[in-house]
Design a protein around this ligand. Structure first.
Ligand SMILES: [Zn+2]
Length: 85
């Protein structure tokens, strides 16, 4: 398992407040969460963003750094009202 977590600012489509979410940029691109301020549900699909290849060293002294593909995320992810509400 290769994981690359970033703390990503998200703007709620409903109350417009910005909060941070811990996102695995090398993992599942589809996330469903709720806003911590107003409780509104939102869905994010990271697959809409470009990707880049980065090198990570998993352990100190590891002779084989790994190359992984991660999503390049905007400064703030804007969310939209889900279709099913
Ligand atoms: Zn909200």
């Amino acid at each position: 398992m290769t994981e690359q977590y970033v703390r990503q600012p998200i703007r709620c489509w409903k109350c417009k407040k910005v909060f941070t979410l811990l996102i695995d940029t090398a993992g599942n691109p589809e996330l469903s969460r709720t806003c911590p301020y107003c409780g509104a549900s939102f869905h994010i699909n990271l697959a809409q963003y470009p990707t880049t290849v980065t090198t990570v060293v998993r352990n100190i002294g590891d002779p084989q750094p790994q190359e992984i593909t991660v999503f390049v995320l905007p400064e703030i992810i804007e969310t939209e009202q889900p279709d099913n509400l």
